[in-house]
Design a protein around this ligand. Structure first.
Ligand SMILES: [Zn+2]
Length: 320
């Protein structure tokens, strides 16, 4: 049984990440294919890619136990439907059924942020913690919550939407979800850049970022973290504001969950210890003391592999 493989699939807007993963969570082979942006041939493309890779590796299909896949949108795990996606044009799309028909393998699906959280729980920064909050700071802010080893989905698939916790109750910036003042408008890479440009325009505060902006014509969240590390006044104020709101939102969430680990991933998390420490300091101020005692804030370790590894975990635990 141990020589059998699981298939992890992580569907993104531009690429589909795929991997064959053994029962210990080790990646045996991983690759990417281009996402069909019309959404129509995605399951066929995945099926073909699996067959092609098996042929390349000279392995029979019987080697594979099943597929665990993450989709970019709210999902009903029981029915295998993807409720909707922002980009692929899917509405109540029967992803599980289509995958099973096209590949001839059993399949289980979940939301992409959720499988990333599961991946970190299994093989990453979560280190087997059964109560874990995973927050992904990228273009947006994604999240996955695991309570007692199971992903929290909620009544209609929107559990774990940490990015849409309200941080600024009045007068906040508009969010893609239709609300204003969501955490995503502050703590995403996009939010950090917006806040920095606004502050540069509104104040006279000196900053090396002004010069960088003149030179390159843009600001990135990485530039802001780097400037803050050099004690740049404006950058420090922005990072302070961002980590304050992250710490506050995570503490409020943690007070309801009492997690063992809070894992921060995504592009912005490349700021590493600098980010984890600042968020942790604010978190400790706002969390119930016993909650603060139990929770460790840490940076994700699996990067882009979190999704496929989480998918494999789903296949291992739900299909066997
Ligand atoms: Zn929102």
């Amino acid at each position: 049984m141990n020589e059998k493989w699981l298939v992890g699939v992580d569907l993104g807007g531009t690429t589909i990440k795929m991997a064959f993963i053994n029962m210990y969570g080790e990646i045996m082979s991983k690759w990417e294919i281009v996402t069909d942006k019309t959404g129509k041939s995605i399951t066929t493309d995945i099926a073909k890619a699996i067959d092609k890779k098996l042929e390349e590796l000279d392995q029979p299909k019987s080697k594979l136990i099943g597929i665990g896949m993450g989709a970019p949108g709210p999902v009903n795990m029981a029915t295998g439907l993807v409720y909707e996606t922002a980009n692929l044009g899917w509405k109540n799309f029967p992803l599980k059924d289509r995958l099973e028909i096209e590949t001839g393998l059993p399949a289980v699906i979940d939301n992409d942020a959720n499988i990333a959280a599961i991946g970190e729980m299994w093989k990453g920064a979560g280190e087997g913690a059964k109560d874990l909050i995973c927050v992904t700071l990228g273009t947006g802010v994604g999240g996955g919550i695991i309570a007692n080893g199971e992903v929290v989905h909620g009544v209609n698939g929107a559990g774990g939407e940490i990015g849409h916790i309200t941080s600024i109750p009045e007068g906040g910036a508009p969010c893609g979800c239709g609300k204003n003042g969501c955490l995503e408008t502050i703590a995403s890479a996009t939010g950090i850049v917006r806040l920095t440009l606004e502050k540069m325009n509104r104040t006279q505060t000196e900053s090396i970022l002004r010069k960088k902006y003149e030179e390159t014509g843009h600001i990135t969240s990485k530039m802001v973290f780097e400037a803050a590390q050099e004690n740049d006044e404006l950058a420090t104020e922005i990072i302070e504001f961002v980590t304050f709101h992250l710490g506050l939102a995570l503490a409020n969430l943690a007070n309801g969950l009492n997690p063992e680990k809070i894992v921060i991933g995504g592009g912005v998390s490349k700021a590493g210890d600098q980010l984890a420490e600042l968020v942790s300091n604010h978190f400790k101020k706002f969390a119930f003391p016993r909650v603060a005692l139990g929770a460790e804030i840490t940076i994700a370790t699996l990067g882009n592999d979190a999704g496929v590894i989480g998918g494999a975990w789903l296949a291992k635990t739900k299909l066997m």
